[in-house]
Ligand binder design. Structure first.
Ligand code: SER
Length: 323
């Protein structure tokens, strides 16, 4: 049956990005047209309005069944093992990130749905990449399992688009900062944890060194980038590996300083662990002029607003929990 309403499936809907993307797609297309899928149950109460499928992305048959059952047009495949966890489980990380991608690429190739979003990351860059304003096309020699899987994945996306006409689109996300969901297993997680700890305990110990500058972005900008890319006309998409997007950049010390300005009693200390070594291989800022030219991308949230939004939202959450 023909349908004109866009029906989306978010795989990894219990994860940091998935929760927020599900909510935003629900606002745009109607919650009845957005299906969540994850190996974990829905993370939050506000997600109860969505139909939710228990799905292991490594199970191709199960994926195809879900796609057919819900007459899906667009798939957002966010199921992945992030940088820090993948260093602990290299083969598992590779398998989840690669087989998961192949299963969705192949389902798209079979015509089971029309458009695929798959996230890449600043982790495709490595120690030999320029540190500042990294261009769209540059040296990519990642040294982490996660980075290797994202780089290979980008190339597979471009291959499936070129050889089989699969409409797959991708963004290299920087570290993402939001208050509705928790990150899990990433090197940039400190920039979310710090806000929760500031409100709950008034202090935080950073696992990255005080001067470790990384590219970051407020979650709302990242979700908007994702939706804008997916809505862009096909002929505007000149990059079929993955687009650079830039938001803000700061060090743990600079972020702590911003928090101190609003909470003078806040205390920061530093105890860098293995994630510092991962972070050292990544750049500090990104040139996103290709995304700007192709589909008018522009980040809106600066560090000041980001800190205001995060502290206010988490404080509110705490107060609600206490009443
Ligand atoms: N935020 C991710 C990580 O730290 C990078 O894509 O692993």
């Amino acid at each position: 049956m023909q349908h004109t309403i866009e029906r989306s499936l978010v795989i990894g809907a219990s994860g940091q990005i998935g929760v927020e993307l599900l909510l935003e797609l629900g606002r745009i297309h109607g919650t009845e047209n957005v299906i969540g899928a994850d190996i974990r149950p829905p993370a939050q109460k506000e997600l109860e309005v969505f139909t939710f499928e228990h799905l292991n992305i490594l199970n191709e048959d199960q994926l195809e069944e879900v796609l057919r059952k819900h007459n899906i047009d667009t798939v957002y495949n966010l199921a992945a093992m992030l940088s820090a966890t993948a260093e602990k489980y290299p083969e598992k990380g590779w398998d989840l990130n690669m087989t998961g991608l192949f299963n969705t690429l192949n389902a798209a190739k079979k015509g089971l749905f029309k458009k695929l979003f798959w996230p890449s990351s600043i982790a495709v860059f490595g120690p030999t990449t320029p540190k500042e304003n990294v261009p769209q096309s540059t040296i990519t020699e990642p040294t982490t399992v996660y980075g290797i899987s994202k780089l290979a994945g980008e190339q597979w996306c471009a291959y499936y688009q070129k050889q089989y006409g699969v409409d797959v689109r991708s963004i290299r996300y920087p570290g993402l900062i939001g208050h509705r969901s928790e990150p899990g297993g990433g090197t940039t997680d400190y920039a979310v944890d710090i806000f929760f700890k500031a409100i709950q305990e008034g202090k935080y110990t950073s696992f990255l060194a005080e001067d470790m500058r990384l590219p970051m972005m407020y979650m709302e900008d990242a979700i908007r980038a994702t939706i804008e890319l997916m809505q862009a006309d096909t002929e505007k998409i000149s990059v079929r590996t993955s687009y650079n997007i830039n938001g803000v950049d700061f060090t743990p010390a600079e972020l702590a300083e911003q928090i101190c300005q609003r909470m003078p009693e806040f205390e920061i200390s530093y105890d860098p662990d293995f994630r510092q070594q991962i972070a050292e291989t990544w750049p500090s800022s990104i040139d996103d002029s290709q995304a700007a030219n192709d589909w008018n991308w522009r980040a809106k949230t600066d560090v000041n607003s980001l800190v205001d939004i995060m502290l206010t939202a988490i404080q509110k959450k705490k107060e609600l929990a206490e009443t």
